[in-house]
Design a protein around this ligand. Structure first.
Ligand code: AMP
Length: 300
């Protein structure tokens, strides 16, 4: 089983109370694929500019991520910059330069039709649909979106997510998409839009799985130091989908384990800036934290 990810590969400028990085490797597909690579064969479809160096590609290669689907275009790579509040619960976007991402037309390289799982990262919903059309054999399709598309292209977005098995979004997006403040009611409305598996991410407060009338919640892992929250939600998605691809089933038990692996990967991501922690992480550390989660969540 294997996972193909489509989304942004970027450079980010990040400032948190713990430091500043003016230009580091980022992008949702970067975080998702690095996190997923701990569990399954992973490939990325994205576009980068001519400023994207061999060192940047090597970060993917060292984790065994297939980068044949990362197209190189003339111009600069997508750039995003943000600054976090003192408690890191709020983030202000300082700059978004789409650059080569503005004309991104995802093309699935030949040989990629065999990927069993597909995750459509946060890009234009029309493009997400065009990728899904090119990946007819994918058995499990999941995706992400954001406020920008929910308010900017609501009809297009609804057409797109109607074809997904899984949707992973944060709580404010779930409220906006459904028009319901109460998350139980929001989940019911989102199920009616198509995705029968819904994960609502709540940052440091964890995440909740809604499926078939059942609810399962995982906490955020209690960390002493959070240096940079960027990419935590994407790493959750990578751990969640990567684990599901590795075990090849979507039973209730597999989904619950996937929720824990998602939280594990999100919690590692925030320990250092950007992808730094994912680059030094080992599978043994992932398994150790999974065991910690079991202790954290066990009672009786
Ligand atoms: P997260 O912290 O999970 O929201 O993800 C942050 C990542 O999303 C950063 O690495 C950014 O490069 C990327 N990003 C920010 N804005 C966008 C956007 N409009 N489209 C795609 N990716 C984005």
């Amino acid at each position: 089983m294997s996972l193909l990810i489509v989304g942004s590969v970027a450079f980010d400028g990040i400032e948190t109370p713990h430091g500043k990085r003016p230009r580091i490797l980022g992008g949702a597909a970067t975080y998702i694929s690095l996190a997923a690579s701990f569990f399954t064969d992973t490939g990325v479809v994205a576009v980068v500019g001519d400023d994207f160096g061999a060192d940047d590609l090597a970060v993917f290669a060292r984790r065994g991520v297939d980068t044949a689907g990362i197209e190189r275009a003339a111009g600069k790579s997508f750039f995003w910059a943000g600054v976090y509040s003192a408690d890191m619960n709020d983030r202000t976007t300082l700059d978004t330069q789409l650059n080569v991402f503005a004309d991104f037309q995802p093309k699935i390289p030949s040989g990629y039709e065999g990927y069993t799982h597909l995750f459509l990262g946060n890009i234009d919903p029309g493009l997400q649909r065009s990728v899904q059309t090119q990946m007819q054999k994918a058995q499990v399709v999941g995706g992400d979106t954001m406020n920008f598309w929910i308010s900017g292209q609501p009809e297009e977005l609804k057409k797109t997510i109607a074809g997904w098995h899984m949707l992973l979004i944060n709580d404010s997006e779930a409220r906006q998409l459904s028009g319901e403040y109460n998350l139980q009611k929001a989940a019911a409305k989102i199920h009616a839009m198509g995705p029968q598996t819904l994960v609502i991410k709540r940052g440091e407060h964890g995440a909740t799985l809604y499926r078939g009338g059942k609810v399962f919640a995982v906490p955020g892992f209690p960390l002493e130091i959070v240096r940079d929250p960027t990419g935590a939600g994407d790493c959750f998605a990578g751990g969640f989908m990567g684990y599901l691809a590795s075990c090849g089933e979507v039973s209730e038990a597999a989904l619950r384990r996937a929720m824990v692996y998602g939280s594990v990967m999100g919690s590692f991501c925030v320990e250092q800036f950007g992808t730094e922690r994912l680059q030094s992480l080992t599978r043994a550390e992932v398994d150790e934290r999974y065991r910690h989660f079991r202790e954290l969540m066990h009672f009786d």
